[in-house]
Design a protein around this ligand. Structure first.
Ligand SMILES: [Zn+2]
Ligand SMILES: [Zn+2]
Length: 282
C-alpha cells in the first residue's frame, strides 16, 4: 500500500434504513441508505455496504488522489437498501480501480448476486461499460460462531445474526481499534442475540441498527430490526466504549431522531446518532 494517511477514520455516507428519503424534514441525518467508509493509516479502504450513500463516496474516491486504486466492499446482506448504490459507484466505470466485493448469504451465492447486478435488463449498462477490475468473493459460510479473514493487513471477523434471509455482523480491526457493525438485526423475542453480544464484546465503536423507537418495535415483529434501546442494552452488556445509532426508519424525521439520541444517551452516555457525513477519527 502506498500513500499512508495521517490518521485512520470512519465516515458515514448513508445512515437511513430501508429506502432513500430525500425529504425536507430528514436532511440533517440524511436520506441515503447504508454505506460506511473505514480507512486505515496504511490506506487500506474497507467499505461496509453499498447502499445509495456509496454514490457520493465514489465521487470522492475519483477526485481525491490520496486513495489507492484498490477498493474493498463487505456486504452485511443483499437487501436492496444495502446494494442499490452499486450502479452509481463511479469507480466501476474507471479502469484504474480494482473493486473487491465480499459477501455471504445462505440462499444466494455472490455469483448469483453479481449476475443480478450486472444484468442490463434492470439497469442499462452493458458489461463492457464496467471498466474497473471487479471481483466478487464468496466469504466462508457464516454462523453464530466468529469467522475471520484478512483484507491486506486488516483483520475482519463476522458472524450471522437474525434478519429475514440472514445478515452478518462485521468487526473490523483498524489500527488496534475494534469497530463493530451490526445492522438489520432483530433480537428474537426481546432477548439480546448472543452472537451479537460476542462480536461486540469490549469493542471501541459499535454501530448498531436503531430502526425503531421502543414504542414502535412491537408493531413490526418479523421485519428484522432493533430499537435504539436494544442498541444501548448491547452497549452496556458488551461493555463497549462508544455507541453509534444507525439505519433509522424512513418514516422518522430529524426531530424524532434527535429525541431518540437524547433518550439513548440517558441509558448509555457515550452514544451518538450517526448522520450522513459524520466523520470519526480513530
Ligand atoms: Zn437495511
Ligand atoms: Zn435488510
Amino acid at each position: 500500500m502506498e500513500n499512508n494517511i495521517n490518521s485512520s477514520y470512519i465516515k458515514f455516507w448513508g445512515v437511513r434504513g430501508s429506502n432513500p428519503t430525500p425529504d425536507k424534514d430528514k436532511m440533517y441525518y440524511g436520506g441515503d441508505t447504508s454505506c460506511i467508509e473505514i480507512r486505515t493509516k496504511n490506506n487500506n479502504l474497507i467499505i461496509l455496504d453499498m447502499g445509495s450513500g456509496i454514490r457520493n463516496l465514489g465521487k470522492k474516491i475519483i477526485s481525491d488522489k490520496s486513495y489507492n486504486n484498490e477498493i474493498n466492499i463487505i456486504l452485511s446482506h443483499y437487501h436492496w437498501d444495502h446494494i442499490m448504490g452499486f450502479f452509481y459507484f463511479a469507480p466501476l466505470y474507471n479502469e484504474k480501480y480494482t473493486i473487491n466485493i465480499y459477501g455471504y448469504n445462505k440462499n444466494t451465492s455472490i455469483n448469483d448476486l453479481s449476475n443480478h447486478l450486472i444484468n442490463k435488463e434492470f439497469w442499462p449498462v452493458e458489461n463492457s461499460m464496467y471498466k474497473a477490475n471487479i471481483n466478487f468473493f464468496e466469504m466462508e459460510e457464516s454462523s453464530s460462531e466468529l469467522k475471520s479473514m484478512d483484507i491486506n493487513d486488516t483483520k475482519i471477523c463476522y458472524s450471522s445474526h437474525p434478519h429475514p434471509g440472514g445478515a452478518n455482523s462485521i468487526r473490523v480491526t483498524c489500527d488496534d481499534k475494534k469497530i463493530v457493525y451490526v445492522t438489520d438485526c432483530e433480537h428474537t423475542d426481546g432477548n439480546l442475540n448472543q452472537s451479537v453480544l460476542n462480536i461486540a464484546k469490549e469493542c471501541d465503536i459499535l454501530i448498531h441498527d436503531s430502526h425503531y423507537t421502543v414504542g414502535d418495535l412491537p408493531g413490526y415483529k418479523g421485519w428484522g430490526h432493533s430499537s435504539w434501546k436494544q442498541s444501548t442494552d448491547i452497549a452496556i452488556v458488551s461493555r463497549i466504549k462508544k455507541l453509534v445509532l444507525f439505519h433509522y426508519s424512513p418514516d422518522y424525521s430529524d426531530e424524532k431522531i434527535k429525541e431518540i439520541e437524547a433518550n439513548a444517551q440517558k441509558k448509555f452516555i457515550n452514544t451518538l446518532a450517526s448522520n450522513q457525513e459524520l466523520l470519526i477519527e480513530l
